[in-house]
Design a binder for this molecule. Structure first.
Ligand code: ADP
Ligand code: MG
Length: 159
């Protein structure tokens, strides 16, 4: 069965957060989201929307310097990683990814840099700048397990 590709077009940070919030109810322990896209494209904004929707009641900031942060939501724990500063995939061993995956949803900014350390079945969320300053395309690419879970979150590509 083919994978899933969907896209949502947003024109404000609030809309990008809302796309993430729409995905939140479909997430489960063990899910891994790889967020990819240029600096300022919206990866952290998306994670903020996800966190609020999961019931996290503290502000989510960029974990660039800490690499990994953990937030407790109502039903799920959110692990927020930013691996931009990792020099080597070998360093991902220090992140204890299997432990993180066992205990919550794991969102990894710049995660494409450590793809070989990630499980099959992760969802890639790619942020692309659009024409206007605040326009973004949010592309979702995942295996068949994501097919139904993206209904109502993003459209089959049209934008
Ligand atoms: P990244 O984590 O990808 O480096 P951030 O989420 O930290 O990016 O920053 C995105 C920036 O772009 C924020 O300043 C946000 O206000 C701005 N922005 C403008 N339009 C959008 C949009 N449609 N979606 C997301 N962010 C947007
Ligand atoms: Mg960021």
């Amino acid at each position: 069965m083919a994978g899933t590709t969907r896209c949502a077009c947003t024109s404000s940070v609030e809309q990008t957060r809302a796309v993430a919030a729409a995905l939140a109810p479909h997430l489960r322990v063990g899910d891994v989201l790889v967020l990819t896209g240029d600096l300022g494209a919206g990866k952290t904004a998306f994670t903020q929307g996800l966190a609020v929707a999961l019931g996290v009641d503290e502000p989510v900031t960029s974990p660039t310097f800490t690499i990994a942060s953990q937030y407790d939501g109502d039903a799920l724990t959110l692990h927020h990683l930013d691996v931009y500063r990792l020099d080597d995939v070998a360093e991902t061993l220090d992140l204890d990814l299997p432990d993180l995956m066992e205990s919550g949803v794991t969102v990894i900014e710049w995660g494409e840099q450590i793809l070989e350390a990630l499980p099959d079945g992760h969802l890639v969320v790619r942020f692309v700048y659009g024409e206007g300053d605040d326009d973004r395309q949010v592309w979702f690419d995942g295996g068949p397990v994501w097919f139904d879970r993206l209904d109502g979150v993003a459209e089959v590509p049209a934008c």
